[in-house]
Design a protein around this ligand. Sequence first.
Ligand SMILES: NC(=O)C1=CN([C@@H]2O[C@H](COP(=O)(O)OP(=O)(O)OC[C@H]3O[C@@H](n4cnc5c(N)ncnc54)[C@H](O)[C@@H]3O)[C@@H](O)[C@H]2O)[C@@H](O)CC1
Ligand SMILES: Nc1ncnc2c1ncn2[C@@H]1O[C@H](COP(=O)(O)OP(=O)(O)O)[C@@H](O)[C@H]1O
Ligand SMILES: [K+]
Length: 508
Amino acid sequence: MKIVSNGEMREIESIAINTVGLPSVCLMENAGRAVAEHAAEYLFSCKRKNIVILCGKGNNGGDGFVAARYLFNKGFDVKVFVVSNIGLISGDAKKNLDIIINMGIYVAEILQKEQLKFFEKNIKESDLVIDALYGTGLDREVSGISKDAIDIVNGSGKYVISVDIPSGINGDNGKVEGCAVKANVTVTMQFMKKGIAVYPGVDYAGKVIVADIGIPRNLVDNIQCRYNMISQDDVVLPKRARNTHKGDYGKLLVVAGSKNMTGAAALCAMSAIKTGCGIVKLAVPKAIQGIMQSSLREIITYGLDDKDGAFYLGSVDEVLKLANTVDAVAIGPGLTNSCDVREFVKEVILRLEKPLVLDADALNAISDSVDMIIGKDVILTPHIGEMSRLSGGSANEINDNIYETVEKFISKYKATLVLKGSRTVIGNDTEGIYINCTGNPGMATAGSGDVLTGMISSFLVQGLKEVKAAIYGVYYHGKAGDMASERYGEYGLTATNILEYIPYVMKM
Ligand SMILES: NC(=O)C1=CN([C@@H]2O[C@H](COP(=O)(O)OP(=O)(O)OC[C@H]3O[C@@H](n4cnc5c(N)ncnc54)[C@H](O)[C@@H]3O)[C@@H](O)[C@H]2O)[C@@H](O)CC1
Ligand SMILES: Nc1ncnc2c1ncn2[C@@H]1O[C@H](COP(=O)(O)OP(=O)(O)O)[C@@H](O)[C@H]1O
Ligand SMILES: [K+]
């Protein structure tokens, strides 16, 4: 599904209006009507009828005026409050404001504190609030009366439907600009918006419904969007040909584990084999090979020369030899973060000429020399903490600037980045940005990332290019976590449970 910025949306609307000739007031009519339909559906479901519509002075407010008309016609009790001197309203919004005033629909301005009291009284008596304050035109922090009105709406506990974007959320990056409406539902126009595809915007948007407002189909189909939401259609698993053998499904080498962290290696290797690749070789420090062999039947394990139960420079040659027998290498889970391991990882990356998936301690190892991956076929899978070591900046700064962080990293290092989180963002400078919305907080559990690394690597050796392998891996990892949480809940969910459900979500 395509995701657009404020500017892209405005450009699309202007082509529809000025080039194709669609009257802008028709787009507003369709937008307002879509909002009214979802509002009516909710009110019919709970047999309620009092609606307060909070409008700004622009076209987002205009959508609100149109919605007011449809809801009034359906017999609901509609009160419209405008956070602007109505004399300042112009264009399509003005047209629709005049119509509802001519129809005798209640319209009041909120310009100063006293009028807020009356607004609050009506909010308290309402059953539904429609937020039509700001949409793609939000261009500064929300303050003053608008802020007070939003605080009243948020404090009311009422069911809220936001028009296009929850007012106060920056449509381009999802940041809260001062304050923002917390909606139950957001009816967004024609395309998903960047600001409600990642947190914190996701938290404020509630359930997002994409409404068709009549933008011509060829425009919708031909728009080249850099940002996309991963949907089921993007991750179809082709039916397997009958006459095939395990060599046709790829060979993977997992380089992982150390004497204190054996589970990460096992989880990564097992998730790779469960995701469908033909052969998984697991190279571990020889100190833990015995443990691996006893617990991993389908995995071919190799105990490599180690130093105090972890890899070191002396392990490199054996890894390179093994790497020559496979299609790709995944390195990192449970390696330990020591000086020896960092030297080992860098030497392997320097001398390896194979597609590489770098995770966990392998990411920590290169955090002071990320340049070394330039020109290599690399997928990196950091969580926010590892990302802050890779790109600098604190975890909070990264969380607040997800898109910027990803764009800067992929344009500098030309790698495929999988920035893991509650909305994992996959980025590749030439292929664009993909946002995943499967998964749940139950997956915030030790080992969950090791399972993901195995899945991405497995898709890689099965023939998917880097970005596709990352998209498939992240999507099905989240799906497995979702199915597992239906059985185990979100508290009790473990990485092993995610592993268990990989085959089920892939066979659906
Ligand atoms: N352009 C069109 O033809 C259509 C636009 N539509 C609606 O129009 C919206 C965009 O409308 P606009 O571009 O008029 O802008 P908005 O209605 O989003 O914002 C209204 C105005 O508020 C002011 N403003 C922005 N941030 C503010 C702040 N923090 N405090 C105080 N004032 C602030 C700006 O001057 C802005 O123009 C979309 O989100 C969508 O809901 C839809 O009806 C589809 C058709
Ligand atoms: N709230 C959440 N919603 C959805 N997915 C989540 C959430 N929290 C974590 N995850 C997913 O769980 C995995 C956690 O990986 P990671 O942090 O590397 O765990 P570990 O390092 O312990 O293996 C990531 O794929 C992440 O996207
Ligand atoms: K809005």
